[in-house]
Design a protein around this ligand. Structure first.
Ligand SMILES: Cc1ncc(COP(=O)(O)O)c(C=O)c1O
Length: 360
């Protein structure tokens, strides 16, 4: 018997979600965002399965190197740019595209000898106030880059802060600021939309879109579920029952004795815990699926195990498969119980959880 704790990665669902991106933004090229190890699903396997992607977006230099070493030939964009001259030189050698979001990065590019000119994406801060040049600096910097022999192509990008909220005023103000800058720079290649921006429609799309979360089959917007957007879950987190007992009325379960049986209750131990990335803090509403039936968590989640009331499936055997999230139990639901977001849960599945790849 194996522990049964695994993340099943459905590459067909990933490809389906990619096609959904193309349906939302048919005119745009797609930079598939595969940072944080492909949102926990495995950056290399995701990139290999997305052969039709026009490029890949990563956060760190090491993530880009991993993709190149695995034989990924499409453009790879370092979405935070490079951190030092050495990375810059290697970026040129490995044909990574770079973001420039502040003057120190511009200066570094101008001061550093590189083997080949780079594709540069100038990032502008249209209102998120995280990375990006202030709009009033953009024209100057655009001109310095446009005339530099170190730049083979110059592009404009920005990032949305609140596109998950349909009515947030930043959506339109960021969109208008970006549209103005796209016009004043004369940029022919621009990128603005993350997944939520893709769902928000054509004014957000431009020449390249940058989907992350929707590729993984999770919803990027508050007002619609993944199923309503016709996105299919890519990661299903699974485990299995490793022990069963009947907890007598009045007895408690787990650390801190936080749950007390009001009547004799059949309880199963499931071989997954916060050491695997299942969140320790979930509300009292949390459940898992065993045989398609909802089994509420009882007691605290521990590092390697959690305990569930199996009154709905009292005959579930040792080794019975358990779904923590995936088909029939969206990751968003678990995120709500844990007071977090789908992104965090997908990314924090730990290394000891085997990723098992399926395509059908
Ligand atoms: C610059 C940039 N573009 C695109 C994305 C993809 O965002 P999402 O996963 O919301 O689609 C991210 C992720 O945070 C990002 O940082």
């Amino acid at each position: 018997m194996s522990r049964g704790t695994r993340a099943v990665i459905d590459l067909s669902a990933l490809q389906h979600n990619f096609r959904r991106v193309k349906t939302f933004a048919p005119q745009s090229k797609v930079l598939a965002v595969v940072k944080a190890d492909g949102y926990g699903s495995g950056a290399v396997q995701v990139a290999q399965a997305l052969a039709d992607a026009d490029g890949f977006g990563v956060a760190t230099f090491a993530e880009a190197v991993t993709l190149r070493q695995a034989g990924i030939t499409q453009p790879i964009l370092l979405m935070e740019g490079v951190l030092d001259p050495c990375e810059l030189q290697q970026a040129a050698q490995q044909r990574f595209e770079v973001v420039i979001h502040q003057d120190w990065q511009l200066q570094m590019l101008l001061d550093t000898a590189i083997a080949a000119p780079l594709v540069v994406w100038l990032k502008v801060d249209t209102g998120m106030h995280r990375l990006g040049l202030p709009p009033q600096r953009v024209l100057d910097v655009w001109d310095s880059l446009r005339t530099s022999a170190k730049v083979s192509a110059l592009r404009l990008m920005s990032h949305l802060a609140c596109a998950d909220e349909i009515d947030h005023p930043l959506n339109t103000s960021q969109r208008d600021t970006f549209a103005t800058l796209a016009k004043s720079t004369g940029a022919r290649t621009c990128s603005f939309a993350n997944s939520a921006g893709i769902v928000r429609g054509e004014p957000f799309h431009y020449q390249w879109v940058r989907p992350g979360i929707m590729l993984y089959g999770a919803t990027p917007v508050n007002e619609a579920s993944a199923a309503e957007l016709n996105l299919k879950p890519v990661m299903q987190l699974e485990s299995s029952v490793i022990a069963k007992s009947v907890v007598p009325a009045g007895q408690t379960v787990g650390y801190g004795a936080t749950w007390k049986a009001s009547h004799d209750t059949p309880v199963a131990v499931v071989a997954i815990g916060y050491g695997d990335g299942y969140p320790r803090h979930v509300s009292k509403d949390a459940f898992v699926l065993i045989g398609g039936k909802r089994c509420p968590l009882v007691g605290r989640v521990s590092m390697d195990m959690l305990t569930v009331d199996i009154s709905a499936v009292p005959d579930a055997p040792i080794n019975a498969p358990v779904i923590l999230w995936g088909n029939g139990l969206p990751v968003e639901q678990v995120a709500r119980w844990a007071g977090t977001i789908n992104y965090e849960l997908l990314c924090q599945v730990t290394d000891r959880v085997q990723r098992v790849y399926q395509a059908h």
